[in-house]
Design a protein around this ligand. Structure first.
Ligand code: NAD
Length: 443
């Protein structure tokens, strides 16, 4: 007789939950996706992803069609008891604070607790402050009196490469005890060849926070070097690029905007975790400061350049690249620094209307975008007659155009401010006239 497939419920079908659900469905599990947003449930059951992710369209369609993945609005009774429950709900910061929200984790755990039966394995996948698995999730499960296994297995994929990385990246497994690690390990061994069992859920929680904080610090340092170079009249891009040619001990990142749904919050979650100990993480804090201050600092600089060029106020702007990153390409606007740049522009009286263009988002106007940004479905129309073209992400699309394209289409004194040096090499000779970038000397 054919063996019944393992059953898994995934609570939260966002970026993490949906890709994970598809990955497990492709690996032969019967997947029940639980998602409180009805529109996401409907789209999922029609085989349509609610965000853009490489390979997801075809993969989702196939697992929905063959019946291995189905989404529900809540943990309904008709969903059979599952072998595994994975919690992938969001963990944003409370608005206007640096305090991580735990309410969604609590609620999702309660749903799991009421549905699971003895012997189930519960896995926390969201990025959380240290101690969440043991101090928040475990007590809710304990209160049921049921026997269960519990592990923290953080999501570490990159948006845009999630499906591939779910099978290629090592999975970190931090069980609450040895049997829990073994149980969680048996799940992830189905989808990836490398699993790493660590000594506790706290270690697993910390690995995730350290991964993202380390990136934030690295980019913060690059932005600090950009500030220093501008102040000293040196070109930061040249310093960083030339300094590491065939030199094995330096690998400074290039400067640029640092945001997105993870980096904007995870260093804060790490700092928050240390609060009870009285230890302040100075490097982490400083990097966040440098990265968070960059939009206001650079928009001041952009206004200064415009004034020096005697451009008539209010300056009209084409904001190019709205998603939080361009590589790998995404339409995700969460934590996008392009929106912070927009906020800075909007605050200043010197600036007027803002056109928007994004190679992935196209002519859509997603609800997260401020209504005042007028979206265009092609770059030429977006920059036509504008005074300033701000290239705010590193989508390779922007490297296809040389500076002449902008000069021909912008207003006569118009200029490009490129946060990512997308045009850098070919435009060195145009510097100080039409093309400026972070860390670029212009005075
Ligand atoms: N986006 C990434 O690439 C990424 C990478 C690594 C880690 N993470 C972490 O993973 C977690 C999830 O991230 P995300 O980007 O998928 O977030 P998300 O906001 O896109 O998705 C979370 C989903 O959970 C749903 N939800 C919340 N509470 C629910 C409940 N009780 N029942 C059913 N559904 C519920 C929400 O409606 C939402 O669709 C976060 O902690 C994040 O930091 C994200």
């Amino acid at each position: 007789m054919e063996k019944e497939p393992l059953k898994i419920a995934i609570v939260g079908l966002g970026y993490v939950g949906l890709t994970l659900a598809v990955s497990f469905a492709r690996n032969g599990l019967k997947v029940f996706g639980i998602e409180k947003r009805k529109e996401v449930v409907d789209l999922t059951n029609n085989g349509i992803p609610h965000f853009s992710e490489a390979g997801l369209d075809a993969a989702l369609k196939s697992v929905v069609e063959n019946g291995t993945l189905h989404a529900y609005n809540e943990m309904e009774e008709k969903i059979p008891p599952c072998d595994f429950y994975v919690i992938t709900v969001g963990t944003p910061l409370l608005k206007g604070t640096h305090t991580p929200r735990l309410d969604m984790i609590r609620q999702a755990t309660e749903q799991v607790a009421s549905h699971m039966q003895d012997g189930a394995t519960v896995i926390l996948r969201s990025t959380v402050q240290i101690g969440t698995t043991r101090n928040i999730v475990k007590p809710v499960l304990d209160a049921t009196g049921k026997q269960y296994y519990l592990a923290m297995c953080p999501e570490r994929t990159l948006e845009g490469r999630a499906l591939r990385e779910l099978s290629e990246l090592p999975q970190i497994i931090g069980g609450i005890d040895g049997k829990s690690s073994t149980a969680a390990n048996s799940l992830f061994s189905l989808s990836t060849k490398t699993t790493i069992i660590v000594s506790s859920p706290e270690t697993a929680e910390m690995i995730k926070l350290v991964d993202n904080t380390s990136r934030d610090v690295r980019f913060g340092f690059a932005n600090e070097i950009a500030r220093a170079c501008v102040a000293l009249g040196i070109d930061a891009y040249e310093v960083i690029r030339c300094g590491k040619i065939d030199y094995p001990r330096t690998n400074v990142a290039l400067p640029g905007l640092v945001g997105g749904p993870c980096l904007e919050k995870d260093p804060h979650i790490l700092m928050y975790s240390l609060k009870p100990t009285g230890i302040e993480l100075e490097i982490t804090k400083a990097s966040r400061l440098v990265n968070e201050r960059q939009p206001s600092e650079t928009v001041d600089e952009i206004a200064k350049i415009a004034a020096q060029k005697n451009i008539r106020k209010p300056y009209t702007v084409a904001l190019l690249g709205l998603a939080f990153k361009g590589v790998p390409a995404t339409n995700d606007l969460r934590g996008s620094m392009s929106l912070k740049i927009y906020e800075e522009i909007e605050r200043r009286q010197d600036f007027g209307s803002v056109n928007g263009f994004d190679p992935v988002i196209g002519a859509d106007h997603p609800p997260e975008l401020p209504p005042a940004i007028k979206m265009f479905d092609n770059i030429k129309d977006a920059i036509k007659g504008a005074d300033i073209a701000i290239i705010a992400n590193n989508h390779p699309f922007f490297s296809k155009f040389n500076i002449d394209f902008y000069r021909e289409n912008l207003s006569p004194n118009g200029f490009v401010y490129d946060y990512w040096n997308n045009l850098n090499f070919e435009t060195l000779s145009h510097r100080n006239q039409f093309y400026y970038s972070v860390g670029n000397v212009w005075e």
